[in-house]
Design a protein around this ligand. Structure first.
Ligand code: AHR
Length: 347
């Protein structure tokens, strides 16, 4: 399996484990068979194989974004805009404004327009899975980026080309390992979860909670969704601070909620980084600045730069190359020991 940092180079070849249901790497035998049989590009497959992708330019590519409410999402969309001309893509871009049903209808419109390729981050695992099957039925190949769908409904390598993204479970492990080390294995933790039903939230929770469960001095005293949004994170933290004034640590599933929590901690007259340690995931510029200021403890960087990777995967797929079912993105990690030296990677 490929393992890439979008800003650097391929690394190792680990196995897929997200959501506990993902299959391990296997070659795209079905798609290779389709190539060998010479099926017409873009035509609905008569058998159960993946739709073929035309090796042509321009290619009409639909990118259906979930929302644009934070720097991570904006950087992700920009990476597709930036790569479009270089890759020979005519980009059809939509924004679901945080709605699963809008993202589904955006993708349905793209299917109706017969785009050549669909690329999207499924907002939630379950509601966005059936549309992958609809695209396949219509003969349009799909690449999922950033988040994945429910593997019991749609499977990478069978129903869509691949999933390009980070190992969210491992991100949760790394955040928890840092927190255990930093607190000496003793903490009362508030967990701010991401969007309920999103693979990023499910897996970041699983990875973190699994490590915490093995450390008897570490206790998760409350866990609630802040929807990956700064203001929601702040409001949830305000309420939880009142209910749990003994909190000593916060784990937020993304930087934006961590920054919201930091604002709430300050408003409650406590000092983030001293009275309450905060650890998170994303590695945005705002998160890195907060680490440098001593208010945020650490952030696992989750890269949003999928444009160039998706272009590369699409070109290789169009040529008939075998694509692994998970193109894994490797993640950097920042705390006060290395944040200044890595500021150029903030976004
Ligand atoms: O799916 C990735 C997560 O979604 C990022 O951590 C977050 O900032 C975004 O909204």
């Amino acid at each position: 399996m490929a393992s890439l940092n979008p800003q650097s180079q391929p690394t190792s070849s680990p196995a897929r484990s997200a959501a506990g249901s993902r299959t391990w790497v296997r070659p795209l035998a079905a798609s290779l068979l389709t190539v060998a049989l010479g099926c017409a590009a873009g035509a609905a497959a008569a058998d159960d194989s993946l739709p073929k992708l035309a090796n042509k330019t321009p290619l009409r590519v639909g990118f259906a974004q979930t929302e644009s409410n934070n720097p991570w999402r904006l950087a992700e969309t920009k990476s597709f805009k930036d790569v479009a001309a270089k890759c020979g893509w005519h980009l059809v871009l939509t924004d679901a404004n945080g709605s699963n049903s809008k993202q589904v209808s955006d993708i349905q419109n793209m299917i109706a327009q017969h785009v050549d390729l669909l690329v999207f981050p499924p907002r939630e695992e379950k509601p966005l899975a059936p549309i992958v099957l609809q695209a396949k039925k219509a003969g349009i190949p799909v690449i999922l980026v950033d988040r994945d769908v429910d593997q019991s409904v749609a499977k990478a390598g069978r129903d869509y080309i691949t999933f390009i993204g980070s190992d969210f479970i491992d991100q949760g492990h790394r955040a928890a390992d840092w927190l255990v080390k930093t607190t000496g294995g003793k903490a009362k933790i508030i967990e701010l979860e991401g969007t309920t039903g999103a693979s990023a939230a499910n897996d970041r929770k699983k990875g973190f909670d699994d490590v915490i469960a093995k450390n008897p001095g570490m206790q998760i005293i409350a866990s609630q969704s802040g929807d990956f949004a700064r203001d929601t994170g702040r409001k949830v933290m305000e309420t939880l601070l009142q209910a749990h004034p003994d909190v000593t640590a916060v784990y937020a599933h993304n930087d934006e909620m961590a920054l919201g929590a930091i604002a709430a901690i300050k408003a409650a007259g406590k000092q983030p980084g001293k009275d309450i340690v905060v650890v998170t995931i994303d590695g945005t510029k705002g998160g890195m600045d907060a680490i440098a200021a001593g208010e945020l403890g650490a952030s696992v960087q989750s890269s949003p730069f999928f444009g160039a990777l998706a272009c590369d995967v699409a070109q290789r797929y169009a040529k008939g190359e075998t694509i692994p079912t998970w193109v894994k993105v490797s993640d950097r990690f920042y705390d006060k020991s290395n944040v200044q030296a890595n500021m150029q990677y903030g976004y």
